[in-house]
Structures are given as C-alpha cells and as structure tokens.
Design a protein around this ligand. Structure first.
Ligand code: FAS
Ligand code: PHB
Length: 408
C-alpha cells in the first residue's frame, strides 16, 4: 500500500487529521488496531473547547454536535459547602464549551471518513514505524491475518499513550517529562437526569468529585425534535477521586452514591438525584510530555505525545490542536514546497501543550486531596478557591484556560 500520510490510530486525533487532510486534498490511510465498535463506544472525554467546536464545524463534522450537544456557559466550583459559578462568556469575551462526548465525535468522523475519505482500516495493528529518518518512511502492520507495509511520505503517530509511533524516536533524542498522581478517578454513567444543569467540580476533605453529563444515546429523531435537547433528557456522568490502586468492582452502587452525596453537600441543601449505574471504570491520573513531537518524517499527535489528568478537560482538545497545526503545515508544504511550518510543528504544539499541562496540574492539585495532605495543605487549597471566588483576575485565568487556548 502507498499513501502521502500514514496515520496510526483512529481516535479523535487520527480521525480528525484524516478529515482535515482530505479537505486539503492530501490523501491518507488510517490504521486502527481495534474494531469500529470499540472506538465508537470507548467512554472518554466529554467536553469540547470553543476552538474544537469551531474546527469540527469547519470540517463538516459539526451538524449532529450542534443538534445534540449542549453549550455550557459556565461551571460550578463547590468547596466548604459553598457554591461559586464561573461565568465563561462574561470572563472570556463570549467563549463557552460544548458537552458532546468523544464517542460521538468519533462516530461523526468515522461516518464522514467512510462516506468521502480515504481508507480507514479497522483491526489493522501497526507493528512498527521504519525509515522515519529517511525519505520513504513506512509502517509495518498486520491486517486480516497477514503482515503488510504502508509506504508513505509522512507517518503520524495518533496511536495514544501505549502506541508504537513514539517508539520510533531514538531514545537518545527523546526527552520525557512526567508525573503520576497518588489517586485515580472512579467514573460512572447513570440513567438519571443530571442534578445540575452545568458541571460541578467539588473539593471536599474526603476527596474530589465531578458532576458531568452526556446527551442521550442517539435515537433517530426527526430533525425538528432535537433542535435543542433539554438537559433533563441527558444522563449523568459522575466521577469520584479514589486511591490509585482502586478496582471499580470494589465499589457498590450504593457506596458510590453515598460518597458522591457527601462530597457534593452544600449549605443550601442541594440534592443529588440517584439512578441505576450503567457503567463503572477507573481512570489513572498522569501528566506526561514527550519532546520532540517530530522525528524526521514521523510526527506525534494527541496522547501519543502528551497526557494530562482529566480535571481540566484538556486531553481531547489538545489532540485537536496538534492535528490542526499538522494539517496546516502539510497543506502549506503541498502548496508552497516550503517545510517551514512542518519544521515548526513540535515547538508550536508544545507551547500550547505546556499551558494545558500547567492548567490541568493546577486544577488537579486545587481540587484533589493527596493521601499525605497536611492541614496546612488543606487551608492553602481553600485559600486558592476563596481567591478564585473573590477575584475576577483569578477567575479569568481559570475561564480562559478551561474554554481553551487559542490555536497559533
Ligand atoms: P486515543 O488513545 O483516543 O486513540 C488512539 C487510537 O490508536 C486508539 O483507538 C487505539 O486503539 C489506536 N492504536 C493504539 N496502538 C495502535 C497500533 N499499534 N496500531 C493501530 N492503532 C493503534 N480527555 C478529556 O479531555 N476529558 C476527559 O474526560 C477524558 N477522560 C478520559 C478517560 C480515560 C479512561 C482516558 C484513558 C482518557 C481520557 N481523556 C479525557 C483523554 C482522552 O480523551 C484523550 O486525550 C484522547 O482520547 C486523545 O485522543 P488520541 O490522541 O486520538 O488517542
Ligand atoms: C466528562 O464529562 O467526562 C468530563 C468533563 C469534565 C472533565 C473531565 C471529564 O474535566
């Protein structure tokens, strides 16, 4: 097989890159090791930044998002039984976020790719990237029980944290920056309407809790009926900070609801509605950056290059920033013959990556309680939260970061 851009991975990074290249007239092939159902059902990100929403619309992948997603103009911070709402448009000159799950973004991009894009091979596992430092990189892969080779002009590792793309960078050139956290998130999906119409981030002496939501699983409505889905039709997506070695099955449904209730408690008697839990999973917490994000004709994008703790809702949105930058650079080279934007890819992406790492780390440290936290640490976190509630400047920093850093 031969193509201009070989893409490893059909998560949001790989799928959106293929779409952006297609609209720029650049051919690609996407190799995805799992099957379509796995990619479309893998519960992960839930929040799209303003920039991501704009890119999906411009790429022709925003129609269902605009119908079934939910625009959110703020979040609520909860601490010491107090509630403080952060008003995004008022603090950022009109920016907001969209509640629309990563699973739905992937479904929309896969549907587009199948209709008018290049080859997207499921159950095609990339085994290695070879020749990245030469003019003819190639991907050795296994598909339908036999090994094959994809010859390319460029290879892009969009294969997540555990993929093979990053392994093609010589260790001598790799610089890794990472931090693991002494806690994880126990996430649930529950068949009950969200108890609040926006996301609630709670800091409690017992640990962090997050109330989020998901649009109902798509049922084929006549278009006029879903013009604006009421939040009551949504289902609840909730998270609890738990010890890092927690196994989801250790927690009964009742224990989960009891613990969520404790951590969301407010002085004004706000109530958390309960319902049947339909999914339970534990997400480890990690900060990770691999530099550089390029080696010869190999580029890394998304989780293949960086990981953030999900507290700042940045992971998917960072992947979008990477592939927007790369698609623009490849199109520039095609149009002008100049590699200047390709040569700047890694540095351009890393400026945005490190801002997101900083914000994600700060939000995580602010809202979680480490097992070795001291009373001094607890007071410091409360003081930081008080400052955000009292200072427009402190609140603006959070609102600007949460709604997304501008693409360069
Ligand atoms: P992905 O990991 O999504 O996709 C990589 C793809 O490559 C996968 O489909 C994989 O099967 C494939 N692949 C791997 N190796 C391969 C090989 N050798 N050959 C072929 N294909 C291969 N981010 C948020 O913003 N908010 C959240 O709430 C949030 N929650 C998360 C929960 C969990 C459990 C996890 C793990 C992550 C979460 N994230 C969240 C981050 C997540 O959304 C990522 O940032 C996002 O999936 C990044 O997309 P990709 O870079 O495309 O990587
Ligand atoms: C989610 O809805 O899955 C979600 C929302 C916000 C976050 C993390 C996860 O910060």
């Amino acid at each position: 097989m031969r193509t201009t851009v070989g893409i490893i991975g059909a998560g949001p990074a790989g799928l959106l890159l293929a779409r952006l290249l297609h609209t720029a007239g650049i051919d690609s092939v996407v190799l995805e090791s799992r099957d379509r159902a796995y990619v479309e059902q893998r519960q992960r990100a839930g929040i799209l930044e303003q920039g991501t929403v704009d890119v999906l619309r411009a790429a022709g992948a925003g129609e269902r998002m605009d119908r079934e997603g939910l625009r959110h103009d703020g979040i609520e911070l909860r601490f010491a039984k107090r509630r403080h709402r952060v008003d995004f448009p008022a603090l950022t000159g009109g920016r907001s976020v969209m509640v629309y799950a990563q699973t739905e973004v992937c479904k929309d991009l896969i549907a587009l790719q199948s209709k008018e894009g290049g080859p997207l091979l499921f159950e095609a596992e990339a085994l290695a990237v070879e020749g990245a430092d030469g003019d003819r990189p190639r991907v050795r892969f296994r598909h339908e029980g036999r090994e094959d080779v994809l010859e390319c002009d460029y290879v892009v590792g969009c294969d997540g944290f555990w993929g093979v793309g990053r392994k093609a960078v010589p260790v001598s050139l790799s610089r890794v920056f990472e931090r693991t956290y002494p806690y994880a998130w126990l996430g649930i999906l529950a068949d009950v309407a969200p108890s609040h119409d926006e996301l609630v981030y709670a800091r409690h002496d017992r640990g962090f809790a997050l109330l989020s939501m998901r649009p109902p699983v798509t049922r084929h409505h006549p278009s006029e009926e879903v013009a604006s889905l009421p939040v009551e039709s949504f289902v609840s997506r909730l998270y609890l900070q738990v010890p890092a070695d927690t196994r989801a099955e250790e927690w009964s449904d009742e224990d989960i609801w009891d613990e969520l209730e404790r951590r969301f408690e407010t002085a004004d008697g706000w109530r958390l509605e309960r319902g049947p839990i339909t999914q339970k999973s534990v997400t480890p917490m990690r900060s990770y950056v691999h530099e550089p994000m390029r080696y010869g004709r190999l580029f890394l994008a998304g989780d293949a290059a960086h990981i953030v703790p999900p507290t700042g809702a940045k992971g998917l949105n960072l992947a979008v920033g990477d592939v927007v930058t790369l698609a623009r650079a490849l199109a520039h080279e095609k149009e002008t013959g100049s590699p200047e934007l390709l040569d700047a890819y890694s540095a351009t992406c890393l400026r945005r990556v490190w801002q997101a790492e900083r914000f994600s780390y700060d939000m995580t440290a602010l809202l979680h309680r480490a097992p070795d936290a001291t009373p001094f640490d607890d007071r410091l976190r409360l003081a930081r939260l008080e400052r955000i509630a009292a200072s427009r400047a402190a609140e603006t920093d959070l609102a600007e970061a949460y709604t997304g850093f501008p693409f360069e």
